[in-house]
Design a protein around this ligand. Sequence first.
Ligand SMILES: O=C(O)CCC(=O)C(=O)O
Length: 332
Amino acid sequence: MECKASLIKAVLFYFEQPDKYLSGNCCFFLPFIFVKNGIMQLRPVATFDTIDPEEFRKNYYEPGVPVVIKKLSHDWPAYTKWNWDYFKQLVGDQKVPLYHNEKSDAYTPVNRADDYKTFGEYIDMIRKGPAAWRIFLFNIMDHAPQLVNDFTWPEHLMKGFLKKYPMLFTGGAGSITHMHFDIDLSHIFHTQFAGRKRVLMFPFKEQHKLYRKPFEVLSLADFSNYYEEGKVNYEEFPALKLAEGFDFILEHGDTLFMPSGYWHHMEYLESGFAMSLRSMLPSLSGKLKGVWNLFGMRSIDTVMKKTAPGWWYKRKEKRVFANAERELTVAG
Ligand SMILES: O=C(O)CCC(=O)C(=O)O
């Protein structure tokens, strides 16, 4: 009964305010509802307090559908223990690379840092805010190995975790992780620990509607503040209107299952941090694709960016728009 009422409320609420979402004790999920209103076709993500492993395997892991599990982390010590002061005390002296919001261009080497600070200085800066600076793929546990005792690998849901690489992602309010997919094609459990984060996600197959740059994991389009009217440039990137994805907000303790190859764009509504636990695809062909992306595809792109950046960029740009045009033609 409570579940039904929540579902009805969710439907009404969704059409009135698609930029927000409801949560409650039952899951809500609007599987077939897309808003066809000349912008990207977005819906909320399935959300559960807890999930039965068999249901997770059948409905989410195997078909590659994202899901948020709200209480997976609630009995981890990290849920209450991890905060800025604790991290500052443990690894405050560690020098870390920082990234700002600017999107990369033809001349930007992959993952080049925009600044460096100690983790302590960084924490002070984003706490004071506004400071839209991010740290990504920070293996904090290399410097404070005791942190691994603060959470449990969710092996009842997924096997094959890369246990050497639990990665931390942090950002000040307003910072943006631009639209990309993870190059190694791993499945990810992404747990938010502080601050709310808005997430826009699409399955891999939407790549050409999202204007994927060949030999890269990034989109040519800018999705910054996509939930505000007029921010996405549909004139330049009309195929975006065809893309079907998810739009939702992660809160403290929420764990997102992000299937392999999913496109994601994240905006820090408040300063916060999250941890990603990753597991490589179980099949050999999946693993090989990840390895090719990391060492083959990326190396070709890096060499071309160094040797003929302008020519390479133009050539890729042409391909990007041709791919999108094909999607538009198919859609009629
Ligand atoms: O939280 C973020 O800023 C980005 C997370 C991300 O890109 C990932 O987990 O792959």
